[in-house]
Design a protein around this ligand. Sequence first.
Ligand code: NAP
Length: 299
Amino acid sequence: MLTGISVAIMGGDARQLEVIQKFTELDATVTLLGFDNLGRQFNGVTHAKLDSAVFQHVDVLILPVVGTDDAGHVESIFSSEELVLTDELFSSLPKHAKVYTGMAKSYLKQIGKAHGIEVVELLERDDIAIYNSIPTAEGALMMAIQNTDITIHGSVCMVLGFGRTGFTMAKTLQGLGATVKVGVRKPEHFARAWEMGFQPFYTKDLYSEVSNIDLLFNTIPTMIVTAQVITNIPHRALIIDLASKPGGTDFRFAEKRGIKAMLAPGLPGIVAPKTAGRIMANTLSQLIEEDFKDRSDVE
Ligand code: NAP
């Protein structure tokens, strides 16, 4: 339980509804900042304006998946007003407070450091990345189905990268009956991919491996599907790039060659906000329970 812990939730999208729900169930004292157009009631939560007096009593500040932009703006689909996490507001947080977000840009990291307040980035955690890989793979599949005129079953799919997202993506495609080629750079990943019934290859051989594919799913966050590689990809193929912006594909050249290529960021929040919100809410509540279990932490 989180009884006695003051949690402020600032901005966000539909995923935060699951977080609000979870924290009220766990008896935290919940204050919502930037939820004036919520259109839904949560019992026992307080709505507040951005104000230093509110921040002074906060033990935990929860920000959206992308905490702030580089100027401190916090996105909120439930507010018509601009939300800015200013240095002044941040400095009002008590010293024992912690800030939780999906990923922190340099602005947030810097003000956290300047004021000696820990900023916890959930997306850096392995467990969150693995759970999130499920809605990501389902979202990628949805895009593939919408943008092709063939079935996944019987198609030749390529997955680049065999990390948290690549692994789940490859397994999902295999489950639907695709032939799945997996591009790796480590022998142990090659061996595991082979053991799992995929067709592994080393990414150094990517150029020759792409010649027979129908679909390519990239999870490698560096330029890998280069113009040269694209020259060997069949015109029928579709590229879905899951790697974080700007992706790992030369989109300009793909367009020039007439090959459909799409960057697909933020799929969990788009295709399964409830599941993605629950993933966040469960991990957040466990972390906060652990971080604040010794209530003497809280002044
Ligand atoms: P990860 O577990 O670190 O996996 C990344 C994979 O890329 C690893 O297998 C890594 O291989 C490989 N890799 C990195 N650089 C490489 C290179 N130069 N050559 C060959 N392989 C290389 O990361 P993840 O959690 O799967 O996330 C992958 C990307 O997807 C990230 O950019 C993440 O932000 C993004 N993502 C997007 C969505 C979405 O909705 N689109 C959702 C979740 C994640 P090694 O093990 O050999 O290093």
